[in-house]
Structures are given as structure tokens and as C-alpha cells.
Design a protein around this ligand. Structure first.
Ligand code: HEC
Length: 155
């Protein structure tokens, strides 16, 4: 008789314990869920207000770099590698020397997309095939430099 009492008491105790553990876990989960769902709604507004200002400056730095091409920094290197072999030296082909800014400018009217240098170097143009590597990009650079950047010498 004495041996049964403690067992049943421990059993009840264990059942109560496990029930309270379940309760505790449930309360903890609910609390965690509350904590987890509350901050986004509280911090939501400042984050939403500041996120457009952090995403806006990102495209900005890449735009000015390509928006201001200059002869010395951007065009001379590709002319030297792809064009000067013929359009340079003491007897440049077609009498057109591309080894200096003044020489290149003979076929350029700043801002004019019909400049001979632009026409001849675009896809379908007679000189387009002499671009090495990314020909389309180099052709686009020449066009942008002449048309949008007024054939600037340097920046
Ligand atoms: C293999 C030699 C050669 C290379 C390399 C070459 N050209 Fe030419 N270029 C010529 C020849 C030849 C002509 C004349 C073609 C004609 O009159 O039909 C010419 C003509 C031109 C003209 C017209 C000149 C004028 O006023 O009559 C331009 C502009 C020109 N080239 C730009 C370029 C550019 C830019 C490059 C570099 C991508 C280049 N060329 C690379 C041989 C070359």
C-alpha cells in the first residue's frame, strides 16, 4: 500500500509537470511570435523610408562614369590598339591619322551623329570590322563620345 502511493503521486506530478512544460513552451512560442512579428511593424516605417535613399545612390555612380567619355582616357586607348596601325605613322591610310586628338577630329563634328568617324565605325560601317574584342561596345563608345560628350578631349 505504501509503495503505491508514492508512484501514483509521482505519476500525477509528472503529468502536471509535462502539462506545465507544454504550457510554458506554448507561451514561449507565442511570446517569440509576438516579438518576431512586432518589430517589423514598428521598425517597418523607418526602414521603408530609408531604403529608397540607400538604393537610389547605387545606380547614380555607374551612370556618370559612362556618361562622360573623353578622348584621352577612353577613346585613345582603343584607337591605338585597333586603328593606328593603319591610320598612323608618316603615311596614314586614307590620309587619316588617328594617333593624335587633332588628327581624329578631322572626321568628327562634335555633337553630330553623321560625323564620318561615327558613320564608318558603327555596325555595317566600313571600319566596324577592325574593332577587336567587344566591337559593339567600342562602336557605341565612339558614337556616345562624339554625340553626347561633344568629343571631349579629356576629363
Ligand atoms: C587594315 C587597315 C585599317 C585599319 C586597321 C583601320 N582602317 Fe580605317 N581605313 C582604312 C582604309 C583603307 C580606308 C579608306 C577606305 C575607303 O576610302 O573606302 C579607311 C578609312 C577610314 C575612315 C574614313 C577616312 C576618310 O576621311 O576618308 C575612317 C573614319 C576610318 N577609316 C576609321 C577607322 C577606325 C576608327 C579604325 C579602328 C577601328 C580604323 N579605321 C581601322 C584602313 C584601315
Amino acid at each position: 500500500m505504501n509503495t503505491h502511493a508514492p508512484i501514483s503521486r509521482t505519476a500525477t506530478h509528472a503529468r502536471v509537470l509535462s502539462r506545465s512544460v507544454v504550457l510554458l513552451v506554448a507561451v514561449a512560442l507565442a511570446a517569440a511570435a509576438c516579438v518576431r512579428t512586432n518589430p517589423p511593424t514598428d521598425v517597418g516605417n523607418p526602414v521603408a523610408a530609408s531604403s529608397p535613399s540607400t538604393t537610389q545612390p547605387q545606380p547614380a555612380p555607374t551612370t556618370p562614369v559612362s556618361a562622360s567619355l573623353a578622348y584621352t582616357q577612353d577613346l585613345k586607348p582603343i584607337f591605338d590598339s585597333d586603328c593606328v596601325v593603319c591610320h598612323g605613322g608618316s603615311r596614314p591610310t586614307a590620309g587619316y591619322s588617328m594617333s593624335t586628338y587633332a588628327g581624329v577630329m578631322r572626321d568628327v563634328v562634335a555633337g553630330n551623329p553623321n560625323s564620318r568617324l561615327v558613320i564608318w565605325t558603327q555596325p555595317g560601317g566600313t571600319m566596324y570590322g577592325f574593332w577587336t574584342g567587344n566591337a559593339a561596345q567600342k562602336a557605341a563608345m565612339v558614337r556616345q563620345w562624339v554625340v553626347s560628350n561633344n568629343a571631349a578631349q579629356s576629363r
